[in-house]
Design a protein around this ligand. Structure first.
Ligand code: ADP
Ligand code: MG
Length: 507
């Protein structure tokens, strides 16, 4: 092959990648050195990266390698369920994980081990009191994961557990919110509201993409109020939960109680109002509650993934109410801010991680802060499990899959779904020929994303959109590409679409 500068660069990269790969493999080799328990740890470390923590703990607890010969491995499992899951559903993951640990396995069998009866699930308190000085064994590691996963509660669960309380998560505070230029206005507005409830900005409307800190800020207001004036009545609720409660109250003929309950609040926080879009009945009830609170100078704080104007099918009077108060946005953090956030999170959780790894994570995970935290946690869990220090090489390897997945998993349907949902239109309107302005903008955005995210040829995009000419697609692509650098609103719109695309498809 001719040694062009491009080839040289490619080869240099390739060599660097190989060095990094063999370095990691070397580490893994040293770790298990032909010992089944160590090998199993390495395999589990790989699997943990591919499946959810809860599944990992459920199916891999109390498992071990019983034998490994001629490419056939027998895994000891505690019960028939685990046998079925490991042999069928996780078979592929296991083969891949053995391969990644430099052991070629072609057959996986499970055997229920009689000597390790399935212990009943320990109560939370019992798990919590596990001695911290407990010898670090594989079982200890899994138990620790169990504690962690039993502590993970999605936002929505709060109201189920404590129906008459605030629903506030005490973790979300102004003190641990990193302020930078992407969120300083939103933070300042939220803080001002917490110091001047109902009198300064009412309603306060915060908008921004997924995982950028809206819930954190909204809840910080609630936590601040409850710290200083615990007698105030506070309610945090997502708009989806609000809708469900409303529907229940209609079913049980308790709408008056429902309204009464909400109208007595001093601070009502409704998260993710974009989900009210199209739900007329809920919007009407919300409007009444909103007015009652507003007239009494009670505080209302709202969040959404986009400004009120852009919420399709939002009742006009509700939209003008939202626009009548203060509106502040949160945008995507830049690299320096992402680094600062990672450093703060690592410090908060006592995670020792080198600067280079932090920078690597911040450079590669750019979409949202929730993913940024997730990546840090993954790297930390991997290193803790293998008892190795966090280095750039390990970090790169651990996140390789995550970074790849983010790109790979997008399909045409995903793009079309995001576009039709965002603009509130039907797919067939996008496909059929027509010159309506709103539709033509959405169509151009769809064409742009098909090209930029999937690298589809212009001719195929044209064919997909009802046999349009490839020059039409090229024109759309160039128009958006140009507009993106000149028009900040278009840039934000595009960012929101991409966030939805990647965030939703990666779960
Ligand atoms: P959103 O509601 O916008 O989807 P969240 O408020 O749930 O996002 O934030 C996602 C995660 O990122 C949370 O764990 C939150 O604590 C964290 N986070 C977001 N922004 C910041 C920030 N500026 N400083 C510290 N943590 C942040
Ligand atoms: Mg949120």
């Amino acid at each position: 092959m001719a040694s062009t500068p491009g080839n040289k660069r490619k080869n240099a990269l390739y060599t660097k990648e190989r060095i990094r790969h063999s370095y990691i493999c070397g580490l893994v080799d040293n770790i298990y050195s032909n010992n089944h328990e160590e090998l199993w740890k390495a395999v589990l470390g790989q699997i943990e990266l591919s499946i959810s923590k809860a599944n990992f703990v459920t199916w891999f607890k109390n498992t071990s390698i019983l034998s490994l010969e001629n490419g056939k491995v027998i895994i000891g499992v505690p019960n028939g369920f685990a046998k079925e899951w490991l042999e069928n559903k996780y078979n592929h993951y296991l083969l891949k994980a053995f391969h990644a640990s430099q052991i070629e396995v072609s057959e996986i069998h499970c055997q229920i081990t009689q000597d390790k009866p399935l212990a009943p699930a320990p109560p939370r308190e019992a798990i919590r009191s596990i001695d911290a000085a407990h010898k670090p064994t594989l079982d200890g590691f899994l138990r620790k994961k169990l504690v962690e996963s039993s502590n993970i509660r999605p936002q929505l669960e709060f109201s189920q557990e404590r129906p008459h309380e605030t629903n506030l998560n005490p973790r979300y505070l102004f003190e641990n919110f990193i302020v930078a230029e992407n969120n300083e206005l939103a933070k300042a507005a939220c803080y001002a509201v917490s110091q001047n409830l109902g009198t300064i900005y009412n309603p306060l409307f915060i908008y921004g993409g997924v995982g950028l800190g809206k819930t954190h800020l909204l809840q910080s207001i609630g936590n601040e109020i409850s710290k200083h004036t615990p007698e105030k009545k506070i309610k945090y609720i997502t708009s989806e939960r609000f809708t469900t409660e409303l529907i229940d109250s209609i079913k049980n003929q308790k709408t008056d109680q429902f309204k009464e309950y909400y109208q007595q609040m001093d601070l009502l926080i409704i998260d993710d109002v974009q989900f009210l879009s199209g739900k007329e009945k809920t919007q009407i009830e919300f409007f009444h509650i909103f007015n009652a609170l507003y007239q009494l100078n009670k505080q209302i704080v709202i969040s959404s993934d986009r400004p009120p104007k852009a919420i399709a099918t939002l009742e006009d009077r509700l939209r003008s109410r939202f626009e009548g108060g203060m509106i502040a946005d949160i945008s995507r953090p830049n690299l320096e801010t992402r680094i600062a956030i990672l450093e703060a999170k690592a410090h908060e959780r006592n995670i020792r991680i080198d600067e280079e790894s932090i920078r690597f994570i911040a450079e590669h995970i750019t979409q949202n802060i929730r993913e940024l935290e997730g990546a840090l946690n993954r790297v930390h869990a991997f290193c803790e499990f293998h008892k190795i220090p966090t280095t750039i090489a390990v970090t790169a390897r651990v996140l390789e899959q995550l970074i790849e997945n983010n790109r790979k998993s997008i399909k045409i349907e995903d793009i079309m779904k995001v576009i039709t949902e965002y603009y509130g239109i039907q797919e067939e309107d996008l496909i059929k020929k027509g010159r309506k302005k709103e539709v033509s903008h959405s169509r151009q955005m769809a064409m742009y994303l098909l090209r930029s995210e999937l690298q589809m040829p212009f001719t195929s995009i044209g064919a997909f959109f009802g046999g349009r000419d490839h020059t039409t697609v090229l024109h759309a692509y160039e128009k958006i590409e140009k507009g993106r650098s000149e028009n900040i609103r278009l840039k934000e719109e595009l960012n929101t679409l991409k966030e939805r695309l990647y965030y939703n498809s990666c779960g």
